[in-house]
Design a protein around this ligand. Structure first.
Ligand code: UP5
Ligand code: MG
Length: 195
């Protein structure tokens, strides 16, 4: 049965697993709006008048997680402002607190279709981020930040994926493959999704 609520797919996986890359393709082919929580936070922090800029930048550099109220508000606003109905939420929720905060704000208001999990080994993730770091300008694409990002991912985000696994919502993708092969698998998932 079609839902009148907006559809949401959470997109999770380690740093450099390919979330952003694949979301761009999904958005193109399947008409979803791509909302990267990390990009929204970076944009917010870059505003000249941002009162949260320093706090957000500290979290990003340390690979720690920005308070859920901040991230959730940015996502909610972006959803509202888009005027659209299908959303890829990339890089969120990252810990149990994010899950709880999202539920508090959004429970009953959206239809969570699935959790797309880009499963990629640590070595590949780190190598991709370091390579990107040569030109990305991202404050966290360096060895020191990456170590912390990986620890946060293992300690805080993996348990979130396990939580959704128990709810049978997780679609696991082998993300160490090349971009086209990964997208083939992703495309297969989206062709089978019900709204
Ligand atoms: N690449 C991609 N796919 C490839 C493939 N199959 N083969 C070879 N190369 C591939 O890809 C990374 C790099 O790898 C690119 O150069 C790409 O070309 C190449 P990308 O698609 O960007 O991977 P992605 O998973 O999006 O990596 P990203 O670094 O964005 O992941 P993170 O989860 O670490 O970063 P995010 O921006 O989501 O978060 C950054 C920080 O923001 C967090 O650490 C945290 O401090 C904060 N944050 C919060 O606090 N709360 C949130 O809700 C979200 C973020
Ligand atoms: Mg990303």
């Amino acid at each position: 049965m079609a839902s009148s609520k907006p559809n949401v797919v959470f997109v999770l996986g380690g740093p450099g697993a390919g979330k952003g890359t694949q979301c761009v393709r999904i958005a193109e082919k399947h008409g979803y709006v791509h909302l990267s929580a990390g990009d929204l936070l970076r944009e917010e922090a870059a505003k000249p008048d941002s009162v949260l800029g320093n706090e957000i930048n500290e979290h990003i550099k340390n690979g720690s997680i920005v308070p859920v109220a901040v991230t959730c508000k940015l996502l909610e606003n972006a959803m509202k402002n888009s005027g659209k109905e299908n959303f890829l939420i990339d890089g969120f929720p990252r810990n149990k607190d994010n899950v709880d905060g999202w539920k508090l704000a959004m429970d009953g208001k959206v239809n969570l279709q699935c959790v797309l999990f880009f499963d990629c080994d640590e070595q590949t993730c780190v190598a991709r981020c370091l390579e990107r770091g040569k030109g990305s300008g991202r404050a966290d694409d360096n060895e020191e930040s990456l170590k912390k990002r990986i620890v946060t991912y293992n300690n805080s985000t993996r348990p979130v994926i396990e939580l959704y696994e128990k709810e049978n919502l997780v679609k696991r993708i082998h993300a160490a493959n090349d971009v086209d092969k990964v997208f083939q698998d992703v495309d297969h998932v989206f062709n089978g999704l019900k709204s």
